[in-house]
Design a protein around this ligand. Sequence first.
Ligand code: NAD
Length: 551
Amino acid sequence: MPSTSFKAPRGDTRTCPTWRSEAILRLLYNNLENAERPEDLVVYGGTGRAARSHEDLERITSALETLRDDETLVVQSGRAVATFPTHENAPRVLIANANLVPRWSTWETFNELEKQGLTMYGQMTAGSWCYIGTQGIIQGTYETMAALARQHYDGTLEGRTVLTGGLGGMGGAQPLAVEIAGGACLAVEVDEARADKRIQRGYCQEKTHSLEEAVAIVEDAAEHGEPTSVALIANCATALPRLRKEGFEPDIVTDQTSAHDALNGYIPADVPPEEAQTLREDDPEKYLEASYASMADHCEAMVGFQDDGSIVFDYGNNLRGQAQQAGYERAFAYPGFVNAYIRPMFCRGRGPFRWVALTGDEEDLWATDDVVTSMFPEDETLNRWIEAAQERVPFEGLPARVCWLGFGQRDRFAKKINRMVADGDIGPVAITRDHLDSGSVASPYRETEGMKDGSDAIADWPLLNALLNASAGADLIALHNGGGVGIGLSTHAGMIVVADGTQEAEKRIENAFITDPGMGVARHADAGYKEAQRIAEDTDAFSWWGTRQDR
Ligand code: NAD
């Protein structure tokens, strides 16, 4: 019987030859410890998997348990292929997930190939083994909400209502992130068990099946300037039009249902979640038809809220693309969140830097929290986040933290972590990030939507990012297709560097945390963003060969 629950190893004793392979093994099992459906190895985001099958997981584990520091393990879509002799500063693990030759890069082909056992959907951090539970996305969502509040209000969501959908692995972060930013969140979730999970973890306050009650809760809280959150157990495709009809006027509307995957993610109206899997298997065509029709209704209601005066933005799940495919013409009437709120940060190489205390000792994490706040006291968003995270964000799996850091900050802090390990203040730490980052992704409906120079679909950048990080000394590099928005719609790269306290690690860390956000700065400078050009011209860390000319 395949295992249905997993736990990342803890403590000082390794089963792998070195901390570099041990770190990767622990992160892999940490992914599974935090997985939405561990029995299927699905970590989050529809069918984002950590390994292709249970047998593959065993094989990867055996490969890591014998992986030396002069060898590199190659993993093809969740299957260990071979271990090659390389050298000490080469990556220990190279991963490619769900990549298809562009012309064949569609869900239909992918599903067919997956059925044949040839590939696996890795989402972003699921297949690159650096998922840290919902905390990762809480931080990103908080950054988005904070940027929105700065742009539209007085820097806070106090007194504002946010309507959204989806309380899954990623979407489950929304209620808490809205609360940290001061707002009142109404999240529509069709699967009650998912809502319960978020409530148990303290990410959402309460739930109701009553639309009227949900509205009353958030309106009352907003009126009193109090943060709150409520899960409405309902299907977005029917609940949103009804909420609108009944006169609810949310300040902000967005969505994080698994719309990127019409078959295995989104649940159509009138399909109870417990029956969805049977219908998918019995009649996938009927399921898809219903799913697309529901997504069109869902998206239309969001556009309707925008027409009524709400601030509406797409939260990176390709609902607009799916609704357009279903024939809804105004699907792209509202913007994507990166274009609207995140890009100015990407121009500075700012993005989701994260680290994991590998021995499982929470004290290690508190110590690094203290260091990051003392190193960057001027960064108010960062300091507010760390304080809120310590109070309200429970650790899931190994103790981990994420905070957004920019070019010039990441290398400094990462080196400091390695020195703390060297001094014996803390145990070994894995440093990593989301694929949703400044220089690591091409995704025209999300991270690279509306680029200044029109380079939205140019996928050279994430490929170069991966190659460069591998050259710089990252311990794990992963190149994926389709994360966030679905097969064929994005190319992106992940990375992990292990701080084992050695001098060699310090050099690898320094290089990799200059190259990684540095590619983000260079990519945005090349696209004509002035802030990125200023940073690229002023830095001594790399030479930029572009010019400041606008395109
Ligand atoms: P998930 O599969 O873990 O959860 C999706 C949730 O949506 C489930 O709880 C499901 O029950 C619910 N749902 C599905 N159809 C619904 C409907 N019609 N009405 C109400 N609820 C419905 O996925 P996730 O990891 O939470 O990711 C959600 C989406 O967000 C994905 O498309 C993902 O690609 C995208 N995403 C965005 C970002 C970002 O930064 N913006 C990051 C990661 C993922």
